[in-house]
Design a protein around this ligand. Structure first.
Ligand code: FES
Ligand SMILES: [Fe+2]
Length: 443
């Protein structure tokens, strides 16, 4: 683990630019991890589909006639062309636009993705082409947790629930507070950055927010009533770390108020109106309990690259060491009052997404950081992830997954890089299952 020094909080620049490291990431991380594909409500009916990526690989996610969700690699078996270039739609079949090979999507008659016909089957091929051998290649495993569809290329990957492990506590906290459905449409854009700068920001970079997003926060405070904290001040909250590199920050007064009931009222007097409704809702309290129902802001990353914030699910897929494609699914709460639903839909992409104020600022910084990782003269000058190092006591109790009781730190980022290094080193899933680090002790 020369490139990742968790004890000292040092990360080598080259991991963000080296083509060989990138190739190993595609093999050992994107080729093996469970990766988020779509939200179930994006494909409610038979034949509905969305396209996405698993790492660089283009994938079609569809629901077949037997209600089974399938993921198929979007590449024709004839010359490799994409069989669809759409982001989403409904189809019975896909006919490749190059020579017309036709694949069944619904899987009623045959397995979905099966080749069911092509022009000239009789006249050019003498009816000898074995259609059953030339279907679209399926993704090895597909599974769903809480409406989130994941897939993995590795048939030996452990079950999705084991991979998500204790992080389900966080996913439940986000999704159990309402009856969520995807806002129609697909938002997709690209940045000139390494995917890991996006992931390490997702899992726990709260110190950047008050600097990089200062002007956006001033505007949002006026428009949305969002709270704006002071630069350099620790916020009440905690950081959770779970097996296989998942992690999150949760802004909450719960632990701070237990320690000192008068200390932390101020940052919680004005919060987001959407979260305020949930905080006042007894049904949410019943489902989530006193700790999770009062979390007023969160950011998390499902390893390797699913960012969860507000009601957004954002997949950051690499297209080379210096380019990332992002696809965002925005959710809204169907059980909320109509005006709150409208508010959620309207503001889905105000902060993040191609038109998001925060996205512009993050993206610009990640692009610059990626360029910085390539500077020849600085290849031995490691990047600094020392914030809070040596003070992050990991608490294991029944209240949360393993946690550290600060919100602003670089512990979760180091946790991500440790898992990244372990995944890169492990020859296969069984090695990774046995040898991966457990959150314990002090970071
Ligand atoms: S590449 Fe698809 S039919 Fe030829
Ligand atoms: Fe940001």
């Amino acid at each position: 683990m020369i490139d990742v020094d968790v004890e000292r909080g040092l990360i080598a620049r080259r991991i963000f630019s080296d083509p060989e490291i990138y190739a190993t990431e595609l093999d050992r991380i994107f080729g093996r991890s469970w990766l988020f594909l779509a939200h179930e409500t994006q494909i409610p009916a038979a034949g509905d589909y969305v396209t996405c990526r698993m790492g660089e690989t283009p994938v079609i996610v569809t629901r077949d006639a037997s209600d089974r969700i399938r993921a198929l690699i979007n590449s024709c078996r004839h010359r490799g062309n994409a069989v669809t270039r759409n982001d989403a739609g409904n189809a019975r079949t896909f006919t490749c636009p190059y020579h017309g090979w036709c694949y069944d999507l619904q899987g009623k008659r045959v397995e979905s993705g099966a080749l069911v016909g092509l022009p000239g089957l009789k006249s050019y091929y003498d009816d000898t082409l074995a259609l059953e051998s030339w279907g679209l290649v399926p993704v090895a495993q597909v599974a769903t947790y809480h409406g989130l569809i994941f897939g993995t290329f590795d048939p030996k990957a452990p079950p999705l629930e084991e991979f998500l492990g204790d992080f389900r506590w966080f996913i439940d906290m986000v999704l159990d507070r309402g009856d969520f459905a995807a806002v129609p449409g697909v938002a997709r854009w690209r940045m000139k950055c390494n995917w890991k700068f996006a992931a390490d920001n997702a899992i726990g970079d709260n110190s950047h927010a008050q600097v990089a997003h200062r002007s956006a926060f001033i505007a949002m405070e006026r428009k949305l009533g969002a709270h704006r904290a002071t630069v350099g001040v620790q916020e009440p909250g905690f950081t959770i770390l779970t097996d296989y590199g998942h992690g999150a920050n949760c802004k909450s007064a719960y632990f701070a108020e237990r320690a000192d009931p008068t200390a932390v009222r101020k940052p919680f007097t004005r919060i987001d109106p959407v979260f305020e409704k949930w905080r006042e809702n007894d049904a949410v309290l019943d489902v989530l309990g006193p700790l999770r129902s009062q979390i007023v802001r969160y950011n998390g990353n499902v390893f390797p690259n699913l960012f969860m914030i507000d009601q957004l699910l954002m997949m950051r897929n690499p297209l080379g060491p210096g380019e990332t494609e992002i696809r965002a699914v925005a959710l809204y709460d169907r059980s909320a009052a109509p005006e709150i639903q409208t508010l959620q839909k309207r503001r889905a992409f105000q902060k993040f997404g191609p038109s998001g104020l925060l996205e512009q600022e993050d993206g610009e910084n990640w692009d610059q950081a990626t360029a910085g990782s390539r500077i020849r003269e600085l290849q031995d000058a490691a990047l600094n992830y020392e914030m809070g190092i040596g003070t992050g006591r990991i608490i294991r109790d029944e209240l949360t997954p393993p946690r550290i009781e600060t919100m602003i730190n670089e512990h979760a980022q180091l946790w991500f890089y440790q898992a990244w290094a372990e995944a890169l080193e492990a020859a296969d899933w069984s090695t990774l299952r046995e040898r991966h680090a457990q959150p314990a002790g002090t970071m």
